[in-house]
Design a binder for this molecule. Sequence first.
Ligand code: SF4
Length: 85
Amino acid sequence: MSTESANAEYQVRLDRDRCEGIFACLVRDDRFVEAGDGLATIEGTDESDDDTLTATFADDRFEDARTAARACPVDAIEVREVADE
Ligand code: SF4
């Protein structure tokens, strides 16, 4: 709909503690991949804190990430724009 944030920086967070390996996210955004333990992980993860992975992007796939987040039945994915100074 709106194109104003097409290339704004955004963060994708995955709470692996919540993830149940249902993989609804994988088919909606190919940055989500299956890890060796049967749960999802994010390609390009730049930070991991306990079970939470964070990856930062600035591309036109913000909506893909949001679609994956909405599809996750256990709400393990959070997508948010990073405030730009
Ligand atoms: S859709 Fe949610 S529960 Fe399923 S693999 Fe992705 S993050 Fe995990």
